[in-house]
Design a protein around this ligand. Structure first.
Ligand SMILES: Nc1ncnc2c1ncn2[C@@H]1O[C@H](COP(=O)(O)OP(=O)(O)OP(=O)(O)O)[C@@H](O)[C@H]1O
Ligand SMILES: [Mg+2]
Length: 394
């Protein structure tokens, strides 16, 4: 089974006063500007960065605790909780649960963490590891103390998962390290087309969040999975009239670089990405991530439809659904055309309370969306655009 996050809860985080959002293998967030789609996606990026670089660093790069805390004039902790099936013995009945809670005390940021998982196969109960600021205590699922032992965190800035992952002993098993790996691997794709046009240094590895290494990532795909590149090229031909092939050549300069160019009908020489259209480059970045043979377990995509023709979105939805067998996909979109192609349980409608400013996510249950589609005979995107599912400006 592919690892996946099944639920995100957030409290007091930016506009997310209190939300509890169920996720499937492929989930699309829709809703007005400022309704909290990016804020929800960024919960995953925050937890990822905390897992990668430590909590302090994740806070610092965001401008501090006050920037992530909901600015409602009230005291309170920011609490982010992920539920999922990630570790080896997790199941729907016994999911993994990771909670990171941040607050302030005497001007300092304090944190609490909790990780609940099943350590062994079979009947055994889940166990909970917890950490406060400096000490790590082990407690049972029912809250009772299981061991008198407390261990100091390796560093007060790293996540508890990181500390336990290092221990990796018989007592804790592989749970914390598996969950840590899952978090650190999360991809948050938000292609920066200007950067993606630039020839990149030859390097192994996959596309980065801003697609600044698009050329190298595409070249890598052509090397490790020629069939994947062929399939990608077919997708591209379905979207771009006259596109024939993708070519690679070595670039100039001191470092070894790779230049990607597109063979187009009617032209005597291929067009480098530097001269390709905005939508072409962006589509290429998305398809490169979606065709990767070994993608990370979870891929987040910001504004997936940005710059793309409605017909290209048809191709993209098919590709995302197919890719979601290998990487869980959570994306934001503003496109009714894209939403028309979705099942009710793939749509999460986001709204925002006009008075309090808090995000209401989801503002409709999947069952309500399914019933509305069934009753009306309209496609889900049409219904959403008409306003009858919410998720439109008032
Ligand atoms: N610290 C904070 N406290 C309260 N609200 C915040 C905080 N930071 C940001 N916000 C709110 O979050 C809103 C932005 O939400 P977000 O970026 O998630 O919107 P979005 O749904 O992605 O919109 P778009 O479609 O335009 O990208 C801001 O307009 C602001 O009202
Ligand atoms: Mg946004």
């Amino acid at each position: 089974m592919v690892s996946q996050i099944t639920r995100i809860e957030a409290r007091n985080y930016k506009s997310l006063e209190q939300v509890d959002v169920a996720l499937g293998p492929f989930t699309v967030l829709v809703g007005p500007n400022g309704s909290g789609k990016t804020n929800l996606l960024s919960v995953l990026r925050f937890v990822r960065d905390a897992a990668r670089f430590g909590i302090e660093d994740a806070l610092r790069t965001r401008g501090g605790f006050d920037r992530i805390k909901r600015q409602d004039g009230k005291q309170g902790r920011v609490t982010l909780t992920l539920h999922g099936n990630v570790t080896s013995h997790a199941s729907t009945g016994a999911p993994d649960r990771y909670q990171l809670s941040l607050g302030t005390s005497k001007g300092e940021v304090t944190r609490r963490e909790e990780f609940t998982y099943k350590r062994m196969a079979g009947q055994g109960r889940r166990i909970t590891l917890s950490a406060n600021e400096t000490a790590v205590a082990r407690i049972a699922a029912d809250g009772s103390d299981q061991s008198a032992q407390t261990r100091r965190l390796a560093s007060s800035t790293t996540t508890m998962l990181g500390t336990f992952a290092q221990l990796n002993d018989d007592e804790v098993g592989r749970g914390p390290s598996d969950f840590l790996d899952f978090l650190t691997d999360i991809r948050y794709l938000d292609p920066a087309v200007r950067e993606a046009r630039v020839p990149s240094r030859l390097q192994r590895g996959s596309i980065d969040d801003s697609a600044s290494n698009l050329s190298a990532a595409l070249y890598e795909l052509s090397r490790v999975d020629p069939d994947g590149l062929e399939a990608l090229t077919r997708d591209l031909r379905d979207c771009l009239p006259g596109l024939e092939a993708i070519e690679f050549r070595q670039g100039g300069g001191s470092a070894e670089t790779v230049v990607v160019s597109l063979v187009e009908a009617g032209l005597t020489r291929p067009i480098d990405l530097a001269d390709a259209s905005f939508g072409t480059v962006r589509l290429l970045a998305l398809l490169t991530a979606l065709h990767e043979p070994n993608p990370p377990a979870l891929t987040v995509i910001e504004e997936v439809d940005h710059g793309l023709h409605p017909y290209a979105l048809d191709v993209l939805v098919g590709r995302m659904r197919e890719a979601s067998k290998r990487t869980q996909l959570l994306v934001a979109s503003h496109s009714p055309t894209l939403v028309n192609r979705l099942e009710a349980n793939e749509i999460v409608v986001c709204d925002r309370d006009a008075e309090s400013g808090e995000s209401i996510i989801p503002s409709r249950s999947a069952a309500e969306i399914a019933a509305a589609v069934e009753e009306s005979g309209y496609l889900p995107g049409e219904l959403w655009f008409s306003g009858s599912l919410g998720g439109v400006p008032n």
